[in-house]
Structure formats: structure tokens, C-alpha cells
Design a protein around this ligand. Structure first.
Ligand code: PRP
Ligand code: URA
Length: 209
């Protein structure tokens, strides 16, 4: 079973609490999503492999460590995942970026797909799916379905807030996928919104409500 990692670092918890606050405006919300994503990106890259190499300090020869050049791809789920992209690219500037466009049908809460563009060599890359919210899990399961159909073998999901129902759904459909979250919330309401959550991440990020 893939691991579920809840990042309880005080800086992350502090910033996520401000994200939750209904009085936090779009500008600050966007900045905080970016900051939390940067901290999450740092943790998400913990398992990257290193190799030794020879270097010379001004004092003497030494052995350095460098990333083994594993190819990475980040895949934001439109729209809200876009708010996490720049932070990940700051940490891993050579990663390629795929996009998947999904919105939840307001009645069924099932994901409706409207866009998909993945790098041609995505099957050779470790993939990080970015989406601030993991609610029913429908959007993430559909995203991982596509990635696996494209041949991806290692997929990690990075979500700021998750509901237990969503994590369960993803684990059932894709037991090999690791999930990294900043907060595991209580439950979903009747409209499949996360409680206490932060509301509609896309709308808050882009000021569309
Ligand atoms: C939100 C969120 C996820 C999805 C999570 O997107 O960003 O993609 O809902 O819900 P799920 O786990 O129940 O599938 P939304 O559908 O609101 O689209 P938007 O980002 O374009 O607003
Ligand atoms: N999508 C959101 O943006 N928020 C939720 O609480 C659930 C799905």
C-alpha cells in the first residue's frame, strides 16, 4: 500500500490555517498556496536518489552529492493545481509539466474531463500530481488512470487538504500511489466539500466567486 504522509511541520500548519480562514483574500490565498507548496515540494522530494562525485573545495579534494538525474514530471489538476506549479518548478526546474483539466459535476460530484496534455516521455518520469484539494478522490483517481494508461510507473499525489473518504478511494483504486498532504480533515458535506476545509480552492485562488 502506498504511504500517506501528513506534514505536521509548524510552518505548514500555520499557513494552512490562514488559508482556511474565510477572511483571507485572493491575493494572500494565492501567496500562501505557493508557500505551502514550496514546503511540501521539499518533503515530496525526500526520496530522490543521490550519487557521489569528486569535487575540489578551496581547501582539498572532497566527495560531493548530486541528484542522480531522475526525470520528473509535475501534473497540476486544473484549475486549482496551477497554484502549486511555480513552487515545484523552483525546487526542480528541469521537471516537465503535464496538465489535466477536470471539474466536478455539481450534481453527481464526478469529474468531467476537458483537457489532457502530458509530456511525450512521461512514462520514463516519476510523476507528482498537484491539487490543493482531495475530496471524494474522483479527480485524483481519474488523473492517475490517465497517467497509468500513458505508462507512468511511479506517481505521488501532493494535496494541501484531504478528506479521509478521498484518500480511501484513491488507495482502493491505486494502492501503489503515495499521498502527501498538509492536513487530513474530518469529513465531506452533502455537496462533497471538505469539512472544515477551505471552501472552493479554484474560486479562492482565482477570485471567481
Ligand atoms: C476541485 C479540486 C480538485 C477536486 C477535488 O476542483 O481542485 O480537483 O475539486 O474533488 P474530488 O476529490 O471530489 O474529485 P473543481 O472540480 O472544483 O474544479 P476547479 O479547480 O476548476 O474549480
Ligand atoms: N474542491 C474544493 O475546491 N474544495 C472542496 O472542499 C472539495 C472539492
Amino acid at each position: 500500500m502506498g504511504k500517506v504522509l501528513v506534514l505536521d511541520h509548524p510552518l505548514i500548519q500555520h499557513k494552512v490555517s490562514i488559508l482556511r480562514d474565510k477572511n483571507t483574500g485572493t491575493n494572500e490565498f494565492r501567496r500562501l498556496v505557493s508557500e505551502v507548496s514550496l514546503l511540501m515540494a521539499y518533503e515530496a522530494m525526500r526520496d530522490l536518489e543521490l550519487e557521489d562525485y569528486a569535487l575540489e573545495t578551496p581547501m582539498e579534494p572532497a566527495t560531493g552529492k548530486r541528484l542522480r538525474g531522475k526525470k520528473l514530471c509535475i501534473v497540476p489538476v486544473l484549475r486549482a493545481g496551477l497554484g502549486m506549479v511555480d513552487s515545484f518548478l523552483n525546487i526542480v526546474p528541469t521537471a516537465k509539466v503535464g496538465h489535466i483539466g477536470l471539474y466536478r459535476d455539481p450534481e453527481t460530484h464526478l469529474p468531467v474531463e476537458y483537457y489532457l496534455k502530458l509530456p511525450q516521455d512521461v512514462s520514463n518520469r516519476d510523476v507528482f500530481v498537484l491539487d490543493p484539494m482531495l475530496a471524494t478522490g474522483g479527480s485524483l483517481v481519474a488523473t492517475i488512470d490517465h497517467l497509468k494508461k500513458a505508462g507512468c510507473k511511479k506517481v505521488t499525489s501532493v494535496n494541501i487538504i484531504a478528506a479521509p473518504e478521498g484518500v480511501e478511494a484513491v488507495q482502493e483504486a491505486h494502492p501503489d500511489v503515495d499521498i502527501i498532504v498538509a492536513a487530513m480533515d474530518r469529513a465531506l458535506n452533502e455537496n462533497a466539500y471538505i469539512l472544515p476545509g477551505l471552501g472552493d480552492a479554484g474560486d479562492r485562488l482565482f477570485g471567481t466567486k
